[in-house]
Design a protein around this ligand. Sequence first.
Ligand code: UGA
Length: 455
Amino acid sequence: MKISVIGVGYLGAVHAASMAELGHEVIGLDVDTERIQRLAAGQPPFHEPGFEEILRRGIETGNLRFTTDYADLADAEVHFLGLGTPQRADGMGADLSYLHAAVDSLLEVLPARAGQGTLVVGKSTVPAGTARALADRIEAVDGARLMWNPEFLREGFAVQDTIAPDRIVYGVRDEYAARAAGTEEPGRQVDRARAPEVALLDAVYARILETGVPRLVMGFETAELVKVSANAFLATKISFINAIAEICEATGADVTDISRAIGMDDRIGSKFLRAGVGFGGGCLPKDIRAFIASAEDLGVGEALGFLREVDELNERRRVHVVDIAREMLGGLEGRRITVLGAAFKPDSDDVRDSPALDVANQLQVAGADVVVTDPEALDNAARRAPHLRGVADLDDALTGADLVVLLTEWRQYRDLDPAAVASRVAAPRLIDGRNVLPLRAWREAGWEVRALGRP
Ligand code: UGA
């Protein structure tokens, strides 16, 4: 099928390459000329395991092309919207301006296929109500339909999550018509006349659906809310265990044992129960804020009051690490601190709202002499925080440190040999901000160690 993906940021680029991998003829569009040139040359603009391979394969087979010109999209049967919806500069809500600008441009080319059945599929994370408003504009073009198909991919697993997701959600204007068309029965061919948009998206995802991945059909608003509810739940789970970590520190209990023990109850589950410096990235923080803002706009702000706590608790984790550092060093002024990690999580070079970078910055502002190291994210860190000193070589970064602070749990940091590191630093002091190091081994090698929520 001929497909376009509009907006080739993280989500869009991975989606475009994955759709080409499934055998479709894909064209990716972005207004960022440099990004398009890089992608067209087979160079990934971000670090994502497995992405480069499918990007190159798509280009080599001719299945995957890139453009900055909407006119090149005119013959596509399906258009995916992969635009970013960052936090607004003037508040907590989502900035939908990229999405609206893309739809404005798309509306200029949609009439080229008038009457032939064209599907527009939103993948961006948006406040409830966005899809219905966009559908009114898109469906004014004869034969054009809109669906909302939220994306649940995790950075670091983006390709796998796109090609083998644990569920696919379709938001449609009329869920009752879609049900009548047979969407409720797994494996049944959907009646094309009654729900043409569902039949079309099923055809796009045919190879994924054949593997038995559940596909859930629901109304626009419900689909929009599935996405933000999922991220809000994940953020809440992390802040919950971090709240328990605060209690642990006041009582001498160990939060990692609590996680292990409560996680064995499968109603609770062990994932996303890792206490530490908290969540960051381009999604969870801004999504919970946008969710709060949208609930307030709807007049039901009280319902999500707890998400403010979740956000505040998460911010407090970062300040807490700075406080521990100050306590261990008896003041921060002029002290050499090495921060291990700049990315918001391992296997990513993304530094958006990264706890590691934020803590490094706060330490520096408080007068410390900070060195940041990271195997992949130093270029992005330098762009976002040019005043921080980045050192790529791990040994060099550790040399002379008065304190080492682990804030992103890259494999190479988890595997560090405490005795070898001790011989490089000025003083063997460590904060394990992710609760991943074998503390006993570090203590036995002579380190003074503090961890979050552990004795
Ligand atoms: C998140 C969701 O997990 C995806 O399902 C969603 O599609 C994506 O946002 C999105 O909205 O696009 P991602 O931002 O890639 O994915 O990162 P996560 O793996 O969720 O991690 C978020 C943060 O939580 C990281 O900083 C991580 O270090 C932290 N975290 C995670 C913890 O502090 N503790 C945990 O137990 C788990």
